[in-house]
Design a protein around this ligand. Sequence first.
Ligand code: MSP
Length: 530
Amino acid sequence: MTSPARFSITTPLYYVNGLPHIGSAYTTMAADAIARFHRLQGEDVLLITGTDEHGQKIQRAAEEAGLEPQVHCDRIIGSFKDLWEKYNIQYDRFSRTTAANHAKIVEQFFGKVWDKGDIYLDQQQGWYCVACEEFKEEKDLIEDRYCAIHTNKKAEWRDEQNYFFRLSNYQAQLEALYASNPDFIQPASRRNEVLNFVKQGLKDFSISRINLDWGFPVPTDVDHTIYVWFDALLGYFTALLEDGDEVNLETAIAKFWPINVHLIGKDILRFHAVYWPAMLMSAELPLPGRIFGHGFLTKNGLKMGKSLGNIIDPFELVDRYGSDALRYYFLKEVELGKDGDFNEVRFINTVNADLANDLGNLLNRTLGMLKKYCKSEIPQLDLATIADDHPLKALGHHLGDRIVAHYEALNLSASCTAVLELIQACNKYIDDSAPWKLFKAGEQSQVEVILFSILESVRLAGYLLAPIIPNLSTEIYRQLGFSGDFNDLSNLAAAYPFASHSQWGLSWPERTLPKAKPIFARLELPQDIE
Ligand code: MSP
């Protein structure tokens, strides 16, 4: 037997300056859904997430909290892990940049780049945004030298000796990479952004800081601390090490390298699409498959911010509404590559319309009819014998393949919409074919075709939506008499093989279905809605 295909995906390693926010939850939900889809296909999958814990930003946050930086970080990471559990995120690795093995990986990697002659000492002068942990061109700052991303943070002037990485050495190689691999940066708008930036000519960037202790010392000069981004990106390697592994890059890359997808937000594109591949080229290590930069979330059309007082608290949201509803909204309503908005009224209306009405009521209603007209027994008929132009078969026929293509393009939103079309077609089909009339007229075999083809469509919809709404999909499958759990990864591919379950026309075992119960309770608008 050939071994299953491998697939690895990362989220960014999140800063631990504060509790996780909805932006980090968004990236992680999307990465989780993508990882789940690959698991459903029987692949050997690794979902990496984690935290970025060094640098001035974290050091200052710890100082403000009156804590030693490590104590501060240890406290905050618990909240990330709690949040991922609440959002039903099934990550395989949680990589912390303060982990003991990470220090060795950074040291080894630095050594490779040093030996290559790509590091040198020079004077760094410029405006630094601590919140971005990045030097900014004056033209990229807004009035009074505030950061364009962190509009309440002023850039700080720096004039100090730093070690620099010779990014400029990799100009031609990077341009060749983008030209030969047009999908390396996605979506196309982000790719263009990077191409324009690179075209202007790449400047070397500083990879060390002085007057900062919270980080790793530069191996060749302990007066300097390694720049937090140089350290953090290497966390993707450290994440690959398993307990007991020898700690070195060779071991780290043995199985799951190169990473297939780095999923990130658009604000950290340059680090991932320019600096990171250049660093890997310097160290002579293989490059990742692609970098996908998603958009930003706004609330009620406005940029979120602590100073604006309109932050969405991801804990409060999930405690109130549960993970499936939120996963569905964010992954369907926000196209991954584009900016998107969270509006609580729209959220409630969307999930009530799609999940409670279109999907939930459809299943409930159909099971009710199955009980009345067929004693809750799955009709003994072969779905393959149904005519190809049957409205649901025609729609369901290649749906699984279309969903595979949508996931390949990381278009989760299109995948949800395509499944929803099948569900909506089922509702129309019931109304058009009126099985209650056919039953009265004694057309039992027609009734059976109608009900069974709907149940098969709901099953397929539940299966294909499982990466997005795993709890609800498990409930749909249970109502249809299947006992597996879409959250049970160890058994997923065996319980529900992709080849058969992703296609319309599964052969169902003989069975009487359990009593129907609603799968999704309508959400109510809270009293205090803005
Ligand atoms: N520590 C770096 C990443 C290092 S990766 C080796 C970092 N961390 S972060 O916590 O600030 O950001 C994490 C992610 O959250 C980024 O992908 C960023 O784009 C995303 N978001 C921050 N605010 C966001 C929104 N309002 N909307 C969507 N995502 C946003 O950067």
